[in-house]
Design a protein around this ligand. Structure first.
Ligand code: F6R
Length: 244
């Protein structure tokens, strides 16, 4: 638990920077699982600062984003491609060919094979070294909504009403908000060597309590993380305020 989101984000950035550098010294790629949304924004700002001011290089980083709305054009204002480019990728020296984000432009019948190939790429690299997560108000991780199974694969999912309502201001109304998304499955998230979930603010306090102290249940997918061997929830005072 940190004083505020700023100090929490900096601590996560420090851990990521150290991992990138350890991997670089071993001449190994660093496989990062990345999230979008408001929670990791401070983290990405700090990583950009570490690159610009302290020479942190991302040349050995290979990233896999958790999710993308479907359908979604990459240059659309709300695409996660645009989000990642604007907040991180355009400001560091990561190689464009090393940045992976689920493709929101596929034809429906292409999605299943595409999702299998996304997982195969991760497996061929030896899995995710460090996975960054946010958490939805309903306990979703990635877009694995309530009811997602612990062994769920990367797939096209229907977004919960509550998730669409949370996103609707970005899309200027619920009617324009996508109903579906492509998400990394729970299984690949759970297979990551290390998981860091970030949550800020009072609005996340109930779901943080359920995820950390409640039963492990597919109604709250973040509760599956109780069974991960190397996970940390990085919280501020407000999001942690209901923990006993
Ligand atoms: C985004 C993602 C989602 C968000 C979650 C929290 O890539 O996977 O699970 O992390 O919806 O969103 P924010 O951080 O905006 O509260």
């Amino acid at each position: 638990v940190y004083e505020d989101s700023n100090s929490g984000s900096k601590a996560v950035a420090k851990e990521i920077a150290e991992l990138i550098q350890v991997k670089a010294s071993q001449k190994q790629p660093c496989i990062l699982g990345l999230a979008t949304g408001s929670s990791p924004k401070g983290l990405y700002a700090e990583l950009v600062r570490l690159h610009k001011e302290e020479g942190l290089s991302f040349k050995n980083v290979i990233s896999f984003n958790l999710d993308e709305y479907y359908p979604m054009e990459p240059d659309s204002v709300n695409s996660y491609v645009r989000f990642m480019n604007e907040l991180l990728f355009n400001h560091v020296d990561i190689l464009p060919e090393n940045c992976h984000i689920p493709d929101g432009t596929l034809a429906k019948e292409e999605i299943a094979d595409y999702c299998d190939a996304y997982e195969s790429k991760i497996e061929a690299l030896g899995g995710i070294d460090l996975q960054i997560l946010g958490i939805g108000g309903n306990g979703h991780i990635g877009f694995n909504e309530s009811g997602s199974l612990q062994n769920s694969k990367t797939r096209l999912v229907a977004l919960d009403h509550i998730t669409r309502v949370a996103a609707s201001s970005d899309f200027l109304g619920l009617n324009n908000t996508p109903r579906t998304a492509i998400t990394l499955g729970v299984k690949k998230i759970m297979e990551a060597q290390r998981v860091i979930l970030m949550a800020w603010g009072e609005g996340k306090s109930n779901i943080i309590k359920q995820s950390v102290e409640g039963q492990v249940t597919n109604l709250v997918p973040a509760s599956f993380l109780q069974e991960h061997d190397n996970v940390t929830f990085v919280l501020d005072k407000e999001s942690s305020s209901k923990l006993t």
